[in-house]
Design a protein around this ligand. Structure first.
Ligand code: PHE
Length: 347
């Protein structure tokens, strides 16, 4: 008799229901009116007087264990709001998953990479924390040259005890530093683009931010000419903005290119008719460019008599704003999903 009850207790201990129904069956089997417990209580009268105490103790143990099980699993099943297991309601509609999307800056960067890779450019990378040599000196900015003021720089203070630390490290102000990084390791012919983040100490507004993204591009070989630069940029503009896009080059100045130019494209919004975006000129500026200054080549130990090269640098935010008619560049770093959702499915 005692053995029988003990084996029932073991059975209860080992019981784990998978679904609610199984637990209910268990409850009825053990605790229900005509269940195991009821039978045992009914047998009580027949138990010999000297065994009654032990019998009662075991029956109580069985009762407690069964109740504990029921309570424990009842809570667990209650926590699961809907039964999604295989035995649940298969006719319920599925739970749809919202896929993420690429950030518009990533989308446009990838597109720029693809456009240039089709004409033989590879992709290079450089650090965002730069030294003075790579960001300025090797690019022909002499010390105290007023051109250094063109870029308000975030310097990194490595010596906290020095109040006005003017050390060697800064957040790069342009991706032109990667020209020097690449030429540290590679010799011409070199044909590469370098996308990346850059930093300038500017007041944040609809048109300027303290960080943004650029793509640098450059090509160095024997006999590279300004005509190659112009054709490469025309190809890029038409691939990015459509075959009817026109370009124009205006003379400009950068310490690391000579001659230098800024490139405008015909306004993507009004197609040159005149609108707010192009300030009624029909043209919008998208990049700076020029022939790499021979002094820069020499700084990188490249024979400037033998090799020539062109370089260009563009802001990815600017390209993205024109391509998707975005009016305020602050929205790119706000992570507002209502904005980002527009780009679902684009890569
Ligand atoms: N580095 C320049 C800028 O940030 C752009 C540039 C790149 C101009 C390469 C000429 C050649 O404004």
């Amino acid at each position: 008799m005692f053995e029988k009850i003990k084996s029932l207790i073991n059975e209860i201990d080992g019981f784990t229901p998978n679904v609610k129904d199984e637990l209910e069956q268990f409850r009825v089997q053990y605790l229900g009116k005509k269940g195991v417990l009821g039978d045992l209580f009914a047998q009580m009268k027949e138990v010999a007087a000297e065994d009654r105490k032990e019998f009662g103790r075991l029956v109580n143990e069985l009762k407690n264990k069964a109740e504990e099980k029921v309570n424990l699993f009842r809570e667990k099943f209650e926590e699961q709001p809907a039964d999604t297991s295989a035995v649940g309601d298969l006719t319920l509609p599925g739970v749809s998953k919202a896929p993420g999307s690429f950030h518009p800056i990533t989308i446009v960067r990838n597109e720029i990479n693809r456009i240039f890779s089709r004409i033989g450019f590879n992709v290079s990378d450089g650090p965002e924390v730069e030294d003075d040599w790579h960001n300025f000196s090797a690019l022909n900015f002499p010390p105290e040259h007023p051109a250094r003021d063109m870029q308000d720089t975030f310097f990194i203070n490595l010596d906290p005890d020095k109040e006005h630390y003017n050390g060697q490290l800064a957040l790069r102000t342009h991706t032109s530093s990667v020209q020097i990084r690449v030429l540290d390791n590679e010799k011409p012919p070199v044909r590469t683009i370098c996308p990346g983040r850059v930093y300038r100490n500017e007041a944040i507004s609809a048109r300027a931010h303290c960080f943004f993204h650029q793509v640098e591009g450059f090509y160095i070989d024997e006999g590279v000419s300004f005509a190659d630069l112009k054709q490469t940029l025309l190809y890029f503009a038409q691939e990015m903005f459509g075959a009817d896009t026109k370009i124009r080059l205006r003379p400009s100045y950068f310490p690391f290119t000579e001659p230098s130019a800024e490139m405008d494209i015909s306004c993507t919004i009004c197609k040159g008719e005149g609108c707010n975006v192009c300030k009624h000129t029909g043209w919008v500026e998208i990049l700076g460019c020029g022939m790499i200054d021979p002094a820069v080549l020499e700084n990188c130990k490249i024979d400037s008599k033998k090799y020539t090269g062109f370089a260009f640098g563009m802001g990815i935010e600017r390209i993205t704003m024109l391509k998707y008619t975005v009016k305020d560049l602050r929205i790119f770093s706000e992570n507002d999903v209502r904005f980002l959702r527009h780009f679902q499915g684009v890569n």
